[in-house]
Design a protein around this ligand. Structure first.
Ligand code: SF4
Length: 244
């Protein structure tokens, strides 16, 4: 890494662990979780990286400092780096991605699609995750389309949709219809998300699995054979624990 200028607001950097959800599930990954989000979903499972009351835990770091952390955690061996949040699209990641690529690392970013960045085209994987009605957020499809266009067919782009109920399921279908070329990953929502500072609070795994079964039934009933249904593997393994 030579460009040390852009400052990135970081909530936590951790790993390697496995990616717990979506298209890269099971893949060893280092996570760079940024601080701050322009959304406030009703069921957000990363409030410690969203709510400004946790701002004191966030650190403004140079790209170079972030990169040194990633290299130290991975022992200098290239792997997948997941840029998450919060909304990582708010942060200036272009220089970090370029430098990391030069050293053989790969980069995935997940965002709700509310902020468009030219450097999306430099990613290896772009996960667009529009938030369904249960989040109580409003989706601007034009901005999500602009995110897709910014990627310029360079990274693999996928849709990931959290589903809690029938309304969310209908929303997922609408998203898939709007972006028919994109692979779709459906994920049953966690109705027992962590409260920051109380990550050991129990997770209702049985309830999540019931929702998963309902989702599988819905997809097969509707002959929606292009969709993939996956749980959050890290929640199954570690509950709401942070840093895993
Ligand atoms: S977009 Fe993601 S990080 Fe932001 S509030 Fe919603 S669930 Fe949380």
């Amino acid at each position: 890494m030579t460009d040390t200028h852009p400052a990135i607001r970081v909530s936590e950097i951790f790993g390697p662990t496995i990616q717990g959800e979506g298209v890269l599930i099971g893949l060893p990954t280092v996570f760079v979780r940024t601080g701050g989000c322009d959304y406030r979903c009703s069921w957000c499972d990363s409030l410690h990286a969203v709510d400004r009351q946790f701002r004191h835990e966030w650190e403004i770091m140079s790209s170079d400092a972030v990169w040194q952390n990633v290299v130290a955690l991975s022992g200098g061996r290239p792997l997948m780096v997941s840029l998450s949040g919060g909304n990582p699209a708010i942060q200036p990641f272009g220089a970090l991605i370029k430098g990391g690529h030069d050293e053989g690392y790969r980069f995935a970013l997940e965002t709700q699609g509310s902020v468009v960045r030219e450097w999306f085209a430099e990613l290896d994987v772009l996960v667009l995750s529009p938030k369904p009605p249960s989040s109580e957020m409003r989706t601007d499809w034009a901005t999500i389309e602009a995110c897709f266009q910014a990627a310029q067919d360079k990274p693999q782009v996928v849709l990931k949709l959290v589903v809690f109920d029938e309304n969310d399921y209908a929303f997922a279908k609408e998203a898939a219809a709007r972006f028919p070329r994109l692979p779709v990953y459906l994920q049953p929502g966690n109705h027992t998300p962590p409260h920051p500072g109380n990550e050991d609070a129990p997770v209702d795994v049985d309830g999540i699995m019931k929702r998963m079964e309902w989702l599988v039934d819905s997809v097969t009933r509707d002959r929606w054979f292009e969709a993939r249904v996956l749980p959050q593997l890290h929640v199954m393994l570690w509950g709401n624990k942070r840093g895993v």
